[in-house]
Design a protein around this ligand. Structure first.
Ligand SMILES: [Zn+2]
Length: 189
C-alpha cells in the first residue's frame, strides 16, 4: 500500500499530497506558490451539474485528481471546477475517447458488478456511472480490484480508495449554467 507506485495511483493520495506540501515547505519555500495544489483548498463550493438535466452531481471541492499512466494526455482547464483542474484523456477498447475529471465522490448511480478488464486505473475495477435523474452516462466509478465485484453504495462512498471519473463535457458548473440560462430556480425544480 505504501510503495511509490501505489502512491502514484492515488490510493494514498492524501498522504502523497501532504508529503508534497511538506517537501515544498521544507525544501523549497520560495517556490511554494508555483506548486499550489491544483485540486485542494478551494474556497468555492461551486456546484457541478449534469449537463443534460441540471441534477446536482457534486461540489467543486469534490474534484480530486488521480493521475493515471493510461491517460493519453492530460491538460488543465478552469471551466468546470472554477479553478485549475486536471482533465485526462482516455480511450476505451472501442476507440472512443473521453476527457474525464476525477471526483472523490459524486451523486451518481454506480452499476455493479465492477469490471476489472480494460481499466484506465490498473489495480481498480470500474462500473458505469449514470445520472440519478436523467440516466445519462456521466462516467465511471473505480474501486480496488481486491473488492468483490458488487458492493453496497455505502461501502463505495465511505472508502478512501474509491473515486469517480466523470466525462468533462457531460457536466458543468452551476454558475456557468446560470449565466447561460437565467432560468429561475423554481422553474427548474
Ligand atoms: Zn442528468
Amino acid at each position: 500500500m505504501r510503495s511509490p507506485s501505489r502512491l502514484l495511483l492515488g490510493v494514498q493520495w492524501d498522504n502523497f499530497f501532504h508529503f508534497i506540501v511538506f517537501a515544498l515547505l521544507f525544501f523549497n519555500p520560495s517556490h511554494s506558490c508555483a506548486a499550489d495544489p491544483p485540486e485542494h483548498g478551494t474556497s468555492t463550493d461551486t456546484l457541478i451539474l449534469c449537463r443534460a438535466c441540471g441534477h446536482e452531481v457534486a461540489f467543486g471541492t469534490d474534484i480530486h485528481f488521480v493521475p493515471s499512466r493510461m491517460a493519453l494526455s492530460s491538460r488543465n482547464d478552469t471551466s468546470v471546477g472554477g479553478r485549475r483542474i486536471h482533465i485526462q484523456l482516455f480511450e476505451n477498447p472501442q476507440g472512443l475517447k473521453f476527457e474525464v475529471i476525477v471526483f472523490k465522490k459524486a451523486d451518481v448511480i454506480k452499476h455493479w458488478p465492477a469490471d476489472s478488464h480494460f481499466s484506465w486505473y490498473p489495480g481498480f475495477s470500474w462500473t458505469v456511472a449514470t445520472c440519478p435523474r436523467c440516466k445519462t452516462h456521466l462516467g465511471w466509478g473505480f474501486q480496488p480490484n481486491s473488492w468483490p465485484e458488487t458492493v453496497t453504495n455505502n461501502k463505495f462512498e465511505e472508502s478512501e480508495n474509491t473515486f469517480l471519473a466523470l466525462i468533462a463535457h457531460r457536466i458543468l458548473r452551476e454558475d456557468f449554467a446560470s449565466s447561460l440560462l437565467m432560468t429561475p430556480k423554481s422553474f427548474t425544480s
